[in-house]
Write a protein that binds this ligand. Structure first.
Ligand code: FES
Length: 110
């Protein structure tokens, strides 16, 4: 699994619910891109609790209070801004960040 090279197109911003999330259009590493207001963040799409994806097979992503992404398997929640676990069975773990930037409405690797 390898991180995307800088400039790799990951997703159109319009294809990501706000607030919400969507898997990136990138196969070499599972990445989820999350939005809440003006915040756009990307993380490796692996829950640190048991290593399952944070998005459902449909790509739908559960968001609570417009600021937490919620793992659909056992309910761990993570702060969209920081990736830190905010509750549930993942303890003090955090999501692994992926560097991105938004360029002309497109999320690209930074
Ligand atoms: S795998 Fe995410 S909370 Fe268990």
């Amino acid at each position: 699994m390898s991180a995307p090279a800088p400039g790799t197109v990951l997703k159109s911003l319009d294809d990501i619910p706000n607030p919400g999330g969507s898997p990136a259009d990138y196969d070499a590493l599972p990445i989820i891109i999350l939005r809440s207001g003006e915040t756009v963040k990307a993380y490796v799409n692996v829950c640190p609790h048991q290593g399952r994806p944070l998005s459902l097979p449909s790509g739908k992503t559960l968001v609570s209070e417009e600021r937490f992404v919620v793992c659909p398997f056992h309910g761990a929640s993570f702060d969209i801004e920081s990736g830190a676990c905010a509750g549930g069975p993942a303890g003090k773990s955090s999501l692994k960040p992926v560097a991105i930037e938004v360029v002309d409405g497109t999320v690209v690797a930074a």
